[in-house]
Design a binder for this molecule. Structure first.
Ligand code: SF4
Ligand code: SF4
Length: 72
């Protein structure tokens, strides 16, 4: 099974918690401001993500989702 990790730019408030808790240092804060006026987190190194879901669990704004995708 494959997984997809996504961060909602609309929900993210740029707190940086996910960046600090990721054990693989996948995430960084964006340098581009969102429509809500925050600098959202993004996956700087998506190839390193192990889909552990720690970031999803810790995000206070439920901005991160990991979904299963069908293997092709
Ligand atoms: S799922 Fe785990 S490895 Fe992937 S970005 Fe979140 S905390 Fe990091
Ligand atoms: S923990 Fe959630 S709200 Fe905070 S920077 Fe990460 S995605 Fe954005």
């Amino acid at each position: 099974m494959a997984y997809q990790h996504s961060i909602s730019k609309e929900k993210c408030k740029g707190c940086g918690i996910c960046v600090s808790v990721c054990p693989k240092k996948v995430l960084e804060m964006s340098k581009e401001i969102s429509s809500k006026g925050y600098f959202p987190a993004h996956q700087a190194r998506p190839e390193d993500c192990i889909f552990c879901a720690i970031c999803c669990t810790m995000c206070p704004d439920v901005a991160i989702t990991i979904t299963e995708t069908a293997d092709i």
